[in-house]
Design a protein around this ligand. Structure first.
Ligand code: HEM
Length: 245
Protein backbone atom coordinates (compact mmCIF):
# COMPACT_ATOMS: atom_id res chain seq x y z
CA UNK A 1 0.00 0.00 0.00
CA UNK A 2 1.39 3.41 -0.89
CA UNK A 3 1.17 6.23 1.68
CA UNK A 4 -1.50 8.00 -0.40
CA UNK A 5 -3.84 4.99 -0.07
CA UNK A 6 -3.80 5.30 3.74
CA UNK A 7 -6.80 6.95 5.48
CA UNK A 8 -6.95 10.71 5.98
CA UNK A 9 -6.87 12.05 9.56
CA UNK A 10 -10.54 11.98 10.67
CA UNK A 11 -12.38 15.25 11.39
CA UNK A 12 -14.99 15.79 14.19
CA UNK A 13 -18.51 14.74 13.14
CA UNK A 14 -20.56 16.11 16.09
CA UNK A 15 -20.69 19.61 14.64
CA UNK A 16 -23.36 22.26 13.97
CA UNK A 17 -25.23 21.50 10.70
CA UNK A 18 -24.30 23.92 7.92
CA UNK A 19 -21.05 25.10 9.59
CA UNK A 20 -17.59 24.93 8.00
CA UNK A 21 -16.86 22.04 10.40
CA UNK A 22 -19.98 20.35 8.96
CA UNK A 23 -18.69 20.88 5.41
CA UNK A 24 -15.43 19.14 6.36
CA UNK A 25 -17.40 16.31 7.97
CA UNK A 26 -19.58 15.94 4.83
CA UNK A 27 -17.13 15.98 1.87
CA UNK A 28 -15.11 13.12 0.39
CA UNK A 29 -11.84 14.95 0.99
CA UNK A 30 -11.84 14.38 4.79
CA UNK A 31 -13.83 11.09 4.89
CA UNK A 32 -12.72 7.46 5.00
CA UNK A 33 -14.21 4.06 4.14
CA UNK A 34 -17.78 3.85 2.79
CA UNK A 35 -18.41 7.56 3.54
CA UNK A 36 -15.48 8.43 1.27
CA UNK A 37 -16.68 6.09 -1.49
CA UNK A 38 -20.25 7.48 -1.43
CA UNK A 39 -19.24 11.15 -1.18
CA UNK A 40 -16.58 10.84 -3.84
CA UNK A 41 -19.21 9.31 -6.17
CA UNK A 42 -21.45 12.36 -5.55
CA UNK A 43 -18.58 14.67 -6.54
CA UNK A 44 -17.63 12.59 -9.58
CA UNK A 45 -21.29 12.42 -10.71
CA UNK A 46 -21.71 16.19 -10.35
CA UNK A 47 -18.62 16.74 -12.54
CA UNK A 48 -19.53 14.09 -15.12
CA UNK A 49 -21.82 16.25 -17.32
CA UNK A 50 -19.36 19.19 -17.28
CA UNK A 51 -17.75 19.58 -20.70
CA UNK A 52 -14.05 20.46 -20.41
CA UNK A 53 -13.86 22.23 -23.79
CA UNK A 54 -16.69 24.54 -22.70
CA UNK A 55 -14.84 25.23 -19.42
CA UNK A 56 -11.70 26.17 -21.35
CA UNK A 57 -13.62 28.42 -23.75
CA UNK A 58 -15.61 30.16 -21.00
CA UNK A 59 -12.51 30.67 -18.82
CA UNK A 60 -10.75 32.32 -21.74
CA UNK A 61 -13.72 34.58 -22.60
CA UNK A 62 -14.27 35.60 -19.00
CA UNK A 63 -10.57 36.44 -18.55
CA UNK A 64 -10.49 38.54 -21.75
CA UNK A 65 -13.59 40.46 -20.65
CA UNK A 66 -12.05 41.33 -17.27
CA UNK A 67 -8.63 42.22 -18.70
CA UNK A 68 -10.14 44.46 -21.40
CA UNK A 69 -11.09 47.15 -18.91
CA UNK A 70 -7.88 47.15 -16.86
CA UNK A 71 -4.34 48.50 -17.17
CA UNK A 72 -2.32 46.82 -14.38
CA UNK A 73 -3.88 43.62 -13.01
CA UNK A 74 -3.00 41.38 -10.07
CA UNK A 75 -3.71 38.11 -11.85
CA UNK A 76 -3.96 36.14 -8.58
CA UNK A 77 -6.76 38.25 -7.05
CA UNK A 78 -8.59 39.35 -10.20
CA UNK A 79 -8.36 36.26 -12.42
CA UNK A 80 -6.74 33.12 -10.97
CA UNK A 81 -9.17 32.68 -8.05
CA UNK A 82 -12.50 34.09 -9.31
CA UNK A 83 -12.48 33.00 -12.97
CA UNK A 84 -12.08 29.19 -12.65
CA UNK A 85 -14.50 29.00 -9.72
CA UNK A 86 -17.04 31.28 -11.45
CA UNK A 87 -16.88 29.24 -14.67
CA UNK A 88 -17.12 25.92 -12.81
CA UNK A 89 -20.03 27.22 -10.69
CA UNK A 90 -21.90 28.17 -13.87
CA UNK A 91 -21.26 24.69 -15.30
CA UNK A 92 -22.67 23.18 -12.09
CA UNK A 93 -25.84 25.28 -12.45
CA UNK A 94 -24.96 27.86 -9.78
CA UNK A 95 -24.65 31.67 -9.89
CA UNK A 96 -21.17 33.26 -9.63
CA UNK A 97 -20.41 32.34 -6.03
CA UNK A 98 -16.62 32.75 -6.40
CA UNK A 99 -16.22 35.37 -3.62
CA UNK A 100 -17.99 33.13 -1.09
CA UNK A 101 -16.03 30.07 -2.25
CA UNK A 102 -12.74 31.95 -1.68
CA UNK A 103 -13.81 32.80 1.89
CA UNK A 104 -14.71 29.18 2.64
CA UNK A 105 -11.56 27.87 0.92
CA UNK A 106 -9.42 29.96 3.30
CA UNK A 107 -11.06 28.16 6.27
CA UNK A 108 -11.62 24.68 4.76
CA UNK A 109 -8.58 22.75 5.97
CA UNK A 110 -8.92 21.20 9.43
CA UNK A 111 -6.05 23.16 11.02
CA UNK A 112 -7.86 26.46 10.30
CA UNK A 113 -10.38 28.08 12.68
CA UNK A 114 -13.20 29.46 10.51
CA UNK A 115 -14.07 33.12 11.13
CA UNK A 116 -17.57 34.66 10.96
CA UNK A 117 -17.04 35.71 7.32
CA UNK A 118 -16.31 32.10 6.28
CA UNK A 119 -19.36 30.80 8.17
CA UNK A 120 -21.61 33.46 6.60
CA UNK A 121 -20.22 32.65 3.13
CA UNK A 122 -20.96 28.94 3.63
CA UNK A 123 -24.51 29.78 4.78
CA UNK A 124 -25.05 31.65 1.47
CA UNK A 125 -23.48 28.83 -0.56
CA UNK A 126 -25.73 26.26 1.10
CA UNK A 127 -28.79 28.43 0.39
CA UNK A 128 -27.74 28.51 -3.30
CA UNK A 129 -27.39 24.70 -3.21
CA UNK A 130 -30.76 24.01 -1.55
CA UNK A 131 -29.66 23.44 2.07
CA UNK A 132 -27.18 21.29 4.05
CA UNK A 133 -27.27 17.90 2.32
CA UNK A 134 -24.40 15.60 1.31
CA UNK A 135 -25.09 16.47 -2.34
CA UNK A 136 -24.80 20.19 -1.58
CA UNK A 137 -21.55 19.54 0.31
CA UNK A 138 -20.22 17.66 -2.73
CA UNK A 139 -20.93 20.60 -5.08
CA UNK A 140 -19.47 23.15 -2.66
CA UNK A 141 -16.53 20.81 -2.07
CA UNK A 142 -15.77 20.78 -5.80
CA UNK A 143 -15.68 24.58 -5.92
CA UNK A 144 -13.61 24.89 -2.75
CA UNK A 145 -11.11 22.24 -3.92
CA UNK A 146 -10.87 24.03 -7.27
CA UNK A 147 -10.20 27.46 -5.75
CA UNK A 148 -6.60 27.69 -4.47
CA UNK A 149 -5.25 24.73 -6.41
CA UNK A 150 -6.37 25.99 -9.83
CA UNK A 151 -5.25 29.51 -8.94
CA UNK A 152 -1.85 27.94 -8.25
CA UNK A 153 -1.83 26.16 -11.59
CA UNK A 154 -2.55 29.48 -13.33
CA UNK A 155 -0.12 31.58 -11.25
CA UNK A 156 2.72 29.10 -11.64
CA UNK A 157 2.01 28.58 -15.34
CA UNK A 158 1.99 32.31 -16.02
CA UNK A 159 5.09 32.94 -13.90
CA UNK A 160 6.92 30.18 -15.78
CA UNK A 161 5.89 31.43 -19.22
CA UNK A 162 6.88 35.02 -18.39
CA UNK A 163 10.24 34.21 -16.76
CA UNK A 164 11.35 31.10 -18.67
CA UNK A 165 11.67 29.21 -15.36
CA UNK A 166 10.11 25.74 -15.01
CA UNK A 167 6.50 25.69 -13.72
CA UNK A 168 6.31 24.60 -10.07
CA UNK A 169 3.73 22.28 -8.55
CA UNK A 170 1.10 24.27 -6.58
CA UNK A 171 0.02 21.64 -4.03
CA UNK A 172 3.11 20.19 -2.36
CA UNK A 173 1.77 17.77 0.26
CA UNK A 174 -1.27 16.20 1.87
CA UNK A 175 -2.06 14.47 5.20
CA UNK A 176 -2.63 10.83 6.10
CA UNK A 177 -3.01 8.75 9.27
CA UNK A 178 -0.40 6.01 9.18
CA UNK A 179 0.30 3.67 12.12
CA UNK A 180 -1.83 5.90 14.40
CA UNK A 181 0.17 9.04 13.53
CA UNK A 182 -0.95 11.99 11.39
CA UNK A 183 1.80 12.54 8.83
CA UNK A 184 2.52 14.86 5.91
CA UNK A 185 2.87 12.98 2.63
CA UNK A 186 4.70 14.79 -0.19
CA UNK A 187 2.96 14.89 -3.58
CA UNK A 188 6.16 15.26 -5.61
CA UNK A 189 5.75 13.47 -8.92
CA UNK A 190 1.95 13.18 -8.53
CA UNK A 191 0.61 16.76 -8.84
CA UNK A 192 -3.02 15.55 -8.72
CA UNK A 193 -2.51 12.85 -6.07
CA UNK A 194 -2.88 9.13 -6.71
CA UNK A 195 -4.98 6.09 -5.83
CA UNK A 196 -8.59 6.11 -4.56
CA UNK A 197 -8.43 9.78 -3.52
CA UNK A 198 -6.71 11.18 -6.64
CA UNK A 199 -8.10 14.51 -7.81
CA UNK A 200 -11.31 13.93 -9.80
CA UNK A 201 -11.06 17.47 -11.24
CA UNK A 202 -7.65 17.26 -12.91
CA UNK A 203 -8.95 17.50 -16.51
CA UNK A 204 -11.29 20.31 -15.53
CA UNK A 205 -8.51 22.19 -13.75
CA UNK A 206 -6.15 21.89 -16.70
CA UNK A 207 -8.89 23.06 -19.09
CA UNK A 208 -9.71 26.08 -16.90
CA UNK A 209 -6.03 27.01 -16.53
CA UNK A 210 -5.39 26.56 -20.26
CA UNK A 211 -8.31 28.87 -21.09
CA UNK A 212 -7.17 31.56 -18.65
CA UNK A 213 -3.53 31.39 -19.77
CA UNK A 214 -4.52 31.66 -23.46
CA UNK A 215 -6.30 34.93 -22.69
CA UNK A 216 -3.23 36.27 -20.82
CA UNK A 217 -0.84 35.97 -23.77
CA UNK A 218 0.79 39.29 -24.61
CA UNK A 219 0.93 40.55 -21.02
CA UNK A 220 4.16 41.06 -19.04
CA UNK A 221 5.12 41.24 -15.37
CA UNK A 222 5.35 44.74 -13.88
CA UNK A 223 7.70 43.73 -11.04
CA UNK A 224 10.99 41.82 -10.85
CA UNK A 225 10.35 40.19 -7.48
CA UNK A 226 7.43 37.84 -6.86
CA UNK A 227 6.03 37.14 -3.39
CA UNK A 228 4.85 33.57 -2.75
CA UNK A 229 1.97 32.49 -0.50
CA UNK A 230 3.00 31.66 3.06
CA UNK A 231 1.12 28.32 3.40
CA UNK A 232 3.67 25.50 3.76
CA UNK A 233 1.81 23.07 1.46
CA UNK A 234 1.13 25.58 -1.35
CA UNK A 235 3.69 26.96 -3.79
CA UNK A 236 2.13 29.78 -5.81
CA UNK A 237 2.53 33.54 -6.21
CA UNK A 238 0.66 35.66 -3.66
CA UNK A 239 0.52 38.60 -6.09
CA UNK A 240 1.36 38.61 -9.82
CA UNK A 241 0.91 42.03 -11.42
CA UNK A 242 0.89 42.19 -15.20
CA UNK A 243 0.27 44.80 -17.85
CA UNK A 244 -0.06 44.73 -21.63
CA UNK A 245 3.26 43.89 -23.32
C1 HEM B 1 -11.59 22.14 -11.30
C2 HEM B 1 -10.66 22.09 -10.36
C3 HEM B 1 -10.59 21.03 -9.28
C4 HEM B 1 -11.60 20.27 -8.72
C5 HEM B 1 -13.09 20.31 -9.04
C6 HEM B 1 -10.97 19.41 -7.73
C7 HEM B 1 -11.65 18.51 -6.92
C8 HEM B 1 -11.07 17.67 -6.01
C9 HEM B 1 -11.79 16.82 -5.07
C10 HEM B 1 -13.31 16.74 -4.94
C11 HEM B 1 -10.87 16.12 -4.37
C12 HEM B 1 -11.15 15.12 -3.23
C13 HEM B 1 -11.13 13.70 -3.80
C14 HEM B 1 -11.28 12.64 -2.75
O1 HEM B 1 -11.05 12.88 -1.56
O2 HEM B 1 -11.62 11.49 -3.12
C15 HEM B 1 -9.57 16.53 -4.85
C16 HEM B 1 -8.38 16.01 -4.41
C17 HEM B 1 -7.15 16.45 -4.83
N1 HEM B 1 -6.89 17.49 -5.71
FE1 HEM B 1 -8.24 18.50 -6.81
N2 HEM B 1 -9.61 19.64 -7.74
C18 HEM B 1 -9.34 20.61 -8.66
C19 HEM B 1 -8.10 21.14 -8.96
C20 HEM B 1 -6.91 20.67 -8.50
C21 HEM B 1 -5.60 21.17 -8.85
C22 HEM B 1 -5.33 22.34 -9.81
C23 HEM B 1 -4.68 20.44 -8.16
C24 HEM B 1 -3.17 20.55 -8.14
C25 HEM B 1 -2.43 20.90 -9.14
C26 HEM B 1 -5.42 19.47 -7.39
C27 HEM B 1 -4.83 18.52 -6.56
C28 HEM B 1 -5.52 17.61 -5.82
C29 HEM B 1 -4.87 16.60 -5.00
C30 HEM B 1 -3.38 16.40 -4.83
C31 HEM B 1 -5.89 15.88 -4.38
C32 HEM B 1 -5.75 14.68 -3.45
C33 HEM B 1 -5.54 15.09 -2.04
C34 HEM B 1 -5.22 13.90 -1.18
O3 HEM B 1 -5.03 12.78 -1.70
O4 HEM B 1 -5.13 14.08 0.03
N3 HEM B 1 -6.75 19.63 -7.60
N4 HEM B 1 -9.71 17.48 -5.84
Amino acid sequence: MTALSAPVPPVPTEVPPGSVAWLRASVARFSNGPDHTRRRALAVDALAPVDVDTLQHNASERTSRIMAGLDVVDVMATIARPVPVGVLAEALGLPDVSADVALVAAAYHPHMTPDAAAEAALTRLLAACGGPTEAAAARIGLLVQACDATAGLIGNGLFASLTGKPAEQPVLATRRRIGGEDVTVPLAGTPFGAGPRACPGSRHAVALATGVLAALRGFRLTERETTWVAAPNLRMPAVLRVTRG
